[in-house]
Design a protein around this ligand. Structure first.
Ligand code: FEO
Ligand code: CA
Ligand code: CA
Ligand code: CA
Length: 581
């Protein structure tokens, strides 16, 4: 492995060394500069970061915690500018011990700050003559969406259903905020999709509505990760048993319109949405491909009824409200069937407790169970390549897969390293009902015979990784994967970005490009339209056993003893300019 000539690779950058230390690193010839950090001002006039005296009011105007998804849309709107635009960033969750001085237990104030630190940020960014990125602190586009106060709408077939009604919202169509926003996507009409992933973790209590018992159990509600229910009744399912049904959706908003009310698109299903990448199919319909990130859960796609309108952008804003949701069945013969999740067909009937499409969507997972979808090894990002007619599926791990429950598409028992599937879309029609699948990579150490890893022959000792999570395809059809789970113990290397050949002799060969500081997960890889900048998100740096606000294992990115470790977004560019890779 790793002994093929350099000229055989399509990637030109010198490979980065795989290792773990207190800071970030990028391949030689590239710069990786901090763009924005937790606590930096976002809304115009936001107060400066004061970590010893943080307040919910300040946090709600500042960059949130744990940046995950990143999307870039050009400015001016409708242009293909690659040096001026809006950067749209998810804030997935909070790490109290790293955020708060002398943290012992939650208080009303820490909980309010955490709710304010969840959600999403929009910032106006530009690339200067020196090639460096910065953001405009006074931009009218800049804004925060938070779980604490941002009103959102609910649309599509489940909107207004009694199962979405609560004592605060008898309409079942308005909800405060969004939670656990993991990955997402940018649509062909340049709106942004943000995913609600592990919503179950925010709820506590004894379920007060027996009719929801089966539903809540299937999603792990209540997860009890946070004590928020002790301070806010809406997270107590003893008081608000329908509130969990208002989370677990895809949220769409218009980055160009700060007055736009973000909207939860129920037609796209309810599960632990990792993200949703959307393409325009060759017939003009839109297709979103999506993963449900839990062990033994499924891969989905949504196909719109309507077609993209290229003349009037806002005509596309309802496309994700009506269409067909499908779940994937990976067959042993190498085919994959897309099974429609439609009320009244097959088992999705009143005998099984479904009385409408709203019921089917609220309990998407149970509907998919009954249809016979294939249980996967934790589907994270699902990345389409519209040009090449491929879909890449990141399966991050599944240590609970038993030897007698392996399947050719999930071939390893106790799969701690994860793998990547490639779907070959039949005739390039992403709306079709049957495609073919293949394994691109079985992750893990290629030198460990017990790992069962499978890599392209160009992969060096620095080129392998475990736990693929987010992914993007560049304009040359090559895959860039970010990871969540590498560390000294699992792989002797930090999480980061690896570039993967998808074609030719070196297909499945992986090359290390960027790595995170210790304790961090790598998220958000997103290219500008010219592939000239790769934005990445360093999530939960310093997150390690015993690491605290006072004594973190790293003080990245400031390395100032008066500042805590901070999640941050990094802009990667080539010293000489030109395309990344
Ligand atoms: Fe939030 Fe599936 O990672
Ligand atoms: Ca994450
Ligand atoms: Ca993820
Ligand atoms: Ca993950």
């Amino acid at each position: 492995a790793g002994s093929v000539p350099e000229s055989a690779w399509s990637f030109q950058f010198p490979e980065l060394e795989a290792a773990v230390d207190e800071t970030h690193h990028v391949a030689e010839g590239y710069d990786a500069d901090i763009l924005i950090r937790w606590g930096d001002p976002v809304a115009p006039g936001a107060p400066a970061f004061d970590p010893m005296h943080q307040t919910a009011e300040a946090q709600e105007q500042q960059f949130g915690y744990n940046n995950d998804f990143i999307g870039f849309v050009p400015l001016p709107a409708g242009s293909d500018s690659a040096d001026h635009g809006l950067l749209c960033i998810n804030h997935e969750y909070t790490n109290e011990e790293l955020m708060f001085p002398n943290y012992e237990q939650p208080t009303a104030e820490t909980v309010a700050i955490e709710m304010a630190a969840h959600g999403h940020s929009v910032i106006e960014v530009q690339r200067g003559r020196d090639g460096k990125w910065s953001y405009r602190k006074d931009s009218p586009y800049n804004r925060r969406y938070s779980l604490r106060s941002t009103e959102m709408a609910i649309s599509g077939p489940a909107a207004g259903h009694p199962r979405l009604q609560t004592s605060h919202d008898s309409s079942g169509t308005r909800v405060i905020g969004t939670v656990n926003n993991c990955a997402g996507g940018v649509t062909p009409w340049n709106t942004v999709l943000i995913a609600e992933e592990n919503f179950h973790g925010y709820f506590k209590g004894e379920n007060a509505d027996p009719a929801e018992a089966q539903n809540h159990t299937r999603y792990g509600v209540p997860g009890g990760w946070y004590a928020w229910a002790d301070f806010d009744d809406r997270f107590d399912i003893g008081k608000e048993p329908h509130e969990p049904n208002r989370f677990g959706w895809m949220v769409e908003y218009d980055p160009y319109d700060p007055s736009f009310t973000p909207v939860k698109r129920t037609a796209m299903g309810r599960f632990k949405h990792e993200g949703a990448e959307t393409i325009e199919n060759k017939d003009g319909r839109v297709v979103s491909v999506m993963g449900d990130d839990q062990r033994f859960d499924y891969v989905y796609k949504f196909v719109s009824y309507g077609r993209v309108d290229h003349n009037n952008r806002t005509n596309n804003f309802g496309l994700l409200d009506s269409g067909t949701l499908y779940v994937a069945r990976f067959n042993e013969d190498g085919t994959v069937d897309w099974l429609p999740i439609v009320y009244g067909t097959g088992p999705l009937t009143p005998e099984n407790g479904f009385n409408s499409q709203a019921d089917v969507l609220i309990e998407t997972r149970r509907a998919a169970d009954l249809l016979g979808a294939t249980p996967m090894d934790r589907p994270e990002d699902v990345a389409p390549d519209a040009q090449e007619g491929k879909i890449y599926v990141m399966l991050t791990s599944n240590e609970k897969r038993k030897p007698d429950a392996t399947h050719p598409a999930n071939p390893r028992a106790g799969n701690s390293a994860g793998h990547v599937l490639e779907i070959d879309v039949t005739d390039g029609d992403f709306a079709g009902l049957q495609d073919r699948w293949d394994i691109l990579v079985l992750a893990g150490d290629p030198n460990d015979p017990n790992a069962g890893a499978q890599w392209g022959k160009g992969t060096s000792q620095h080129g392998w990784f475990v736990n693929p999570d987010n992914a993007v395809v560049d304009h040359r059809g090559r895959l860039w994967i970010s990871t969540d789970g590498n560390d000294q113990e699992t792989s002797g290397r930090a999480d980061g970005v690896w570039a993967i050949e998808t074609k030719g002799d070196l297909r499945g060969s992986s090359r290390h490009f960027f790595r995170c500081p210790v304790g961090a997960e790598m998220c958000g890889p997103f290219f500008t339209p010219d592939d000239g900048t790769l934005f990445v998100a360093v999530q939960h740096p310093g997150d390690a056993e015993g690491s605290t606000f006072e004594n973190p294992v790293t003080r990245w990115p400031d390395f100032d003893d008066n500042l805590p470790v901070r999640p941050a977004v990094v802009a990667i560019t080539r010293n000489e300019g030109g395309q990344i890779g």
